[in-house]
Write a protein that binds this ligand. Structure first.
Ligand code: NAD
Ligand code: DAU
Length: 342
């Protein structure tokens, strides 16, 4: 099979590509990524045998040529603008990539006869929960509250429409908060780790009691692979970590693990429209596809802290901005990325 991975230079996409090279070493793997600020080819360093196409999913001609030239049979669609704070500051890019980009990809993939299209979505499309509310199921009404989650909800609706209208073989996953290696340090866990390591204050939004359900990125990637292989066309599968934590508890755990003082904590103005709590009921993927998570949060957080400690060149290149010119420096803006076959 030839598999196209959009957004494969981002956090979850890169972890997925790394996994897939092991689980399906003979499969033809193609990564399509625009290398926005969140894309980083250094996250794929050392991975061999994939093709890399630098390009934007809103560029219909490029998407069409990529699908045709590589004989793509299946797509896993990670590419997105993914950070809520950025969506509040500038929603346009979110609508463009997450809505228009997904529509472009769906239409070109349908025309190319793609046999399986897995859309990677988020639990944030369900909105937020009070402390006693039951967890989101796949039947929970879509009720997004940020420009990011609204644009993801838009993409979910498009995916559903392509299945219902054209019988295009789609699958959708909705996962909770991921953490682990190669996460861009604008998200809570890597930001707090790097700030703590550098004795820089740790900004806590509001009262620090907002709750997220944390899952290790490797467990999410395993779930995606399971849905790609065995999921039922047209279905949505929730994926969660069964590990609900208030933000402040995680922040204090990071400080403790690094031997740093809680005096680094700074309570700052809250995020506008800040969702209070997410919790995911993922019984469906467990029952129907036999997936379950394997990483415990405490162990996963400890190994993630260790990863950031051991991989300073990766995050220093982000802090300095050098990672943005990695592609041009290595390939002069043309040709294949390191490890790529063409
Ligand atoms: P990320 O921001 O780390 O990576 C996004 C990738 O997409 C980057 O490599 C970027 O260069 C690429 N990209 C952005 N716009 C593009 C465009 N127009 N054309 C081509 N490529 C483009 O994101 P992530 O955290 O890895 O999330 C991946 C997917 O998973 C997203 O769809 C996100 O909504 C979803 N998701 C994320 C989480 C999480 O906790 N991070 C949880 C559930 C679902
Ligand atoms: O639930 C899945 C979603 O999780 C994904 O769809 C998104 O792509 C991903 O970014 C993530 O969204 P969140 O908004 O939950 O993640 P973030 O890391 O931005 O924030 C987590 C919590 O921490 C949230 O309650 C806001 C808070 N926070 C965040 C930052 C960056 C802080 O208190 N301080 C901070 O500096």
């Amino acid at each position: 099979m030839s598999l196209l991975v959009t957004g494969g230079a981002g956090f979850i996409g890169a972890n997925f590509v790394r996994r897939r090279r092991h689980t399906q070493p003979r499969e033809k793997l193609v990564v399509l990524d625009a290398l926005t600020y969140a894309g980083n080819l250094a996250s794929l360093d050392g991975v061999d045998g994939f093709s890399f196409v630098k390009g934007d999913i809103t560029d219909g001609a490029l998407v069409e040529a990529t699908l045709r030239d590589h004989g793509v049979e299946a797509v896993i669609h990670f590419a997105a603008e993914s950070h809520v704070d950025r969506s509040i500051l500038g929603p346009g890019a979110f609508v463009r990539t997450n809505v228009v980009g997904t529509a472009t990809l769906l239409e070109k993939a349908r025309a190319a006869g793609v046999k399986r299209f897995l859309h990677v979505s988020t639990d944030e499309v369900y909105g937020d929960l009070g402390s006693d509310d039951p967890a989101f199921t796949e039947q929970t009404p879509i009720a997004p509250r940020s420009p990011y989650s609204a644009s993801k909800a838009g993409s979910d609706h498009l995916v559903r429409a392509w299945f219902e209208t054209y019988k295009f073989p789609t699958l959708t996953t909705r996962c909770s908060n991921n953490y682990g290696p190669y996460q861009f340090p604008e998200k809570l866990i890597p930001l707090m780790i790097l700030n703590a390591m550098s004795d820089v204050p740790l900004p806590v939004y509001g009262d620090g009691l907002n709750v997220r359900d944390w899952i290790h990125v490797e467990d999410h990637c395993a779930a995606i692979e399971r849905v790609l292989d065995a999921g039922k066309e047209g279905e949505v599968y929730n994926v969660g970590g069964r590990s609900e934590k208030p933000n402040i508890e995680i922040i204090k755990a990071i400080l403790k693990a690094l031997g740093k003082s809680e005096s680094l904590i700074r309570y700052v103005a809250d995020r506008p429209g800040h969702d209070r709590r997410y919790a995911v009921d993922d019984g469906k993927i467990e029952r129907e596809l036999g997936w379950t998570r394997s990483r415990q949060f405490d162990e996963g957080l400890a190994s993630t802290i260790e990863w950031y400690r051991a991989n300073e060149p990766w995050w220093q290149a982000i802090k300095s901005g050098d990672y943005m010119t990695w592609y041009e420096r290595n390939y002069g803006g043309r040709g294949a990325a390191k490890g790529a076959t063409s």
